[in-house]
Design a protein around this ligand. Sequence first.
Ligand code: FES
Length: 145
Amino acid sequence: MSPRTATIGAARDRPCTLVVCRGCCCGNPRKHPGTDHQWQLDRLRAAAADSGGRLAVRTTDCLGPCDQANVIVVQPSAAGRRGGGHATWIGWAKDDDCTDDILGWAAAGGPGLAEPPATLELQFIRPPGEARKRARGRGRGRARR
Ligand code: FES
């Protein structure tokens, strides 16, 4: 298999990915003391570990819309992208209900493959231009673990 073939194969199988902002405001207990941010991240990572490769989670530095923290971007899987799905930005993702909705949507296939829960749609936000590029992967060098 050539390296090019391997890359295409990897892209073809790309899972739905949750890009979890953990910058200056998102995940910061001093700014948002009513949320257990680590518990949220642990839940998301556990779901990814149990997904059989259908869900991935990564964290990133500030995506831009700090006034809407916590921000999570749901990137479509490769199949979801082929189905017309696009990166979907969610704001105010701070409680268990929102985390449940995100995980449920991702388990059902995510953008392009399944309709989001109506309650989650109320939290969709418009991505800022620069942050949109970073969430698509151009800022991977700044991604945090
Ligand atoms: S820290 Fe998340 S948007 Fe700024």
